[in-house]
Design a protein around this ligand. Structure first.
Ligand code: SAH
Ligand code: SF4
Length: 356
């Protein structure tokens, strides 16, 4: 049972929790659906406008709940059209979300934590450590608020949890937020097939995830041997490559789905012919596809991105072995909006002037 204070954001509640709250006060359960339709479908900012509810109920709701918006501090726009939102949370902490324009739709990349505790050596978010988990309402709000802001929000079809944080380290809030994001009756109506959660490999949570959600899974593999993965990703010392791959083999995939393996290419570290061949062998038994991500460099980054010919050679080896391989050309690099570049610090240039 969650503790309700006067200032509880109603988005923190699930439909079941709101139903119970209503019933405890003698109201009919179906009002919960009506209220959430106002909040998520009609983007209501106040209970007073929910005209299909009795006045008495509207007053009671206004007395106990709020419908919060995140405080938009900045929208930075890249020359490739990528937009990075910097939000200030109620306690003054900051997070970022990124809209990535694709050929015929937009993908929204959202954050699950303020910072990240995993400390991957190539990732700027990891550099700052973990400040705190995001609440369910804060995760959902990134999607709701940005949808409201966009002119053509119908083209926003895909969501990826690839922003700041390790989603599986904030398991309950992330799963509850996903419920609302994908709820086709009383939520934000995103298709499970178009939502992807990316993890650095928190193996102990993977069985729960396949039971609790129907979204896609992406695993940041990044190296095929423990020595290299230990060096790049401290989480590998807890859950080494063999355990991670065993958990992926056991992962209960929903019909027609595949696991995406993300693999950052880093010059001289994990980009050899042997690495490509080992990667192919490692994932062979798993229904999967591979996203190669040439390292995004940032100031003070100790690693380098390989040359295009090395990237192409890596792709070709996997391709010849019949894997579906995509080279993810990270967008938004000029505004530090690309993978691993999110630090929730204002971007000093290309600021859209019409946002306070
Ligand atoms: N914590 C989760 C999700 C957020 S990171 C995870 O690690 O999967 C999202 C993606 O960005 C991961 O695939 C990660 O490997 C990648 N990434 C991090 N730093 C990067 C960098 N400097 N260049 C390219 N990709 C990076
Ligand atoms: Fe955290 Fe993912 Fe960055 Fe690693 S790559 S530090 S898990 S956000």
């Amino acid at each position: 049972m969650i503790h309700l204070s006067k200032t509880t954001d109603i988005k923190e509640l699930s439909i079941d929790q709101l139903t119970l709250w209503l019933q405890n006060r003698g109201f009919r359960p179906f009002h919960a659906g009506q209220i959430f339709k106002w909040v998520y479908l009609h983007q209501a900012d106040a209970f007073e406008i929910m005209t299909d509810l009795a006045k008495e109920l509207r007053l009671l709701l206004s007395a106990r709940f709020t419908i919060n918006r995140l405080d938009k501090k900045q929208i930075a726009t890249s020359k490739d059209g990528t937009q990075k939102y910097l939000f200030k949370l109620a306690d003054g902490k900051h997070v970022e979300s990124v809209i990535i324009p694709e050929r015929d739709h937009y993908t929204l990349c959202i954050s699950s934590q303020v910072g990240c505790a995993q400390g991957c050596r190539f990732c700027l978010t990891g550099r700052y450590g973990l400040t705190r988990d995001l609440t369910k309402g804060e995760i959902v709000s990134q999607v709701r608020d940005i949808t409201k802001e966009m002119n053509d929000s119908a083209r926003l079809t895909n969501i990826v949890l690839m922003g700041m944080g390790e989603p599986l380290a904030n398991y309950q809030n992330v799963v509850r937020a996903l419920e609302t994001i994908t709820d086709s009756d009383f939520g934000l109506k995103f298709s499970n097939r178009r939502v992807t959660l990316s993890t650095a490999g928190l193996v102990s949570k993977l069985p729960d995830l396949s039971r609790d959600t129907r979204v896609n899974l992406a695993v940041s593999l990044n190296a095929t041997e423990n020595k290299t993965r230990d060096m790049l990703m401290p989480i590998n010392r807890r859950f080494p490559v063999e355990e991670l791959m065993a958990a992926c083999r056991r992962y209960r995939l929903h019909a027609g789905r595949r696991i995406t393996f993300e693999y950052i290419l880093i010059q001289g570290v994990n980009d050899s012919v042997e690495d490509a061949e080992r990667l192919g062998q490692l994932i062979r038994p798993i229904k999967s596809k591979i996203n190669l991500i040439p390292l995004n460099e940032y100031k003070s980054c100790e690693f380098r991105r390989p040359s295009n010919s090395v990237i192409e050679r890596f792709r070709e080896i996997l391709h010849q072995n019949d894997y579906t391989v995509i080279i993810r050309q990270s967008k938004g690099q000029d505004i530090s909006a690309a993978c691993g570049q999110l630090s929730a610090h204002p971007t000093p240039h290309r600021i859209k002037p019409d946002i306070a």
